[in-house]
Design a binder for this molecule. Structure first.
Ligand code: SF4
Length: 285
């Protein structure tokens, strides 16, 4: 059975000392090992961001795509071979800026993939510009007098758009994040975790002490994650507290469940011999 080290390549991460990616990557690998997965059973698709060169550091099928586009690639891989565990991995700029339309539309399809978003509230790869989750008033390289916009709320957006598993983790709480990732992978349908990530190089506002004062665990509040209204209420709290844990989880048919073509076996294992595409081509006559 594969261990955490078996998901590791010989390449060393180039992230800054203290970067939250150093918490998220081991949590993800530990989750794979504890679920009994083998490297050849997993495909990870990365967008663009500091965390996205993770494609070099995970020993499994890895694809490093273009800005904001990991979700359609991940969904395509899942439909081609639904026996694979498919994970999309982005930063907050990639997921909620360039990729926000994919986020909204993949969420409502309930395709059976997991989406991990490293949310450090900035575009850090490009040295610290305002991102969709930067707080109002936050001073950044692109907003030196303070961000004028309201921050995007990815948790509320995902729940409202029909996601069937929505959670939030923290890069500095690896055991808790590991358990969340395991639950997300085991969930049938689109599972999404917004991961609060420290960026000590550029984000001097949301540092560890700032989070320590604010994070709370939904498990400690006896939260009912099957209750839509309670999930929205937790996602839109106004008391300054930041909940960690599973906000919402329900069972619904997946996108693949609705496709007759996938009932017997994955597309990649089906023979092309009996496929007649001539009728599909009739529309071009
Ligand atoms: Fe991590 Fe920030 Fe450095 Fe990027 S810039 S590697 S997010 S600490």
């Amino acid at each position: 059975m594969a261990e955490q080290k078996d998901f590791t390549t010989s390449y060393k991460p180039t992230w800054c000392p203290g970067c939250g990616n150093f918490g998220i990557m081991p949590a993800t690998k530990k989750a794979y090992a504890e679920l009994g997965l083998e490297p050849h059973q997993i495909a990870m698709v990365f967008g663009i961001g500091c965390s996205s060169n993770g494609s070099n550091f995970y020993n499994l099928y890895a694809f490093h795509g273009i800005h904001g586009r990991p979700l359609p690639v991940a969904a395509g891989i899942k439909l081609a071979n639904h026996e694979l565990t498919v994970i999309a991995d982005s930063g907050d700029g990639d997921a909620y800026g360039e990729g926000v339309s994919h986020f909204v539309h993949t969420t409502r399809t309930n395709v059976d993939i997991t989406y991990l978003v490293h949310d450090n509230n900035l575009y850090s790869l490009t040295t610290g510009q305002t991102s969709p989750t930067s707080s109002t008033g936050m001073k950044t390289k692109s907003a030196p007098f303070g961000n004028l916009d309201m921050p995007f709320n990815p948790i509320a957006a995902a729940i409202l758009n029909g996601a069937t598993f929505v959670a939030q983790g923290f890069s500095s709480d690896i055991p808790h994040l590991t358990e969340l990732i395991k639950k997300a992978i085991k969930h049938r349908g689109f599972s999404f975790i917004n991961i609060l990530q420290l960026c000590p190089t550029f984000n001097k506002l949301n540092e560890f002490p700032w989070y320590k004062e604010r994070v709370i665990k939904l498990d400690d509040e006896a939260h009912d994650d099957s209750d839509f209204h309670k999930a929205i209420s937790q996602a839109t709290r106004t008391d300054g507290k930041i909940p960690l844990g599973v906000f919402y989880q329900i069972d619904k048919p997946t996108y693949g469940d609705r496709l007759e073509q996938l009932k017997d076996k994955p597309l990649v294992k089906q023979s092309l011999d009996n496929i007649d595409i001539s009728k599909s081509l009739d529309v071009y006559k």
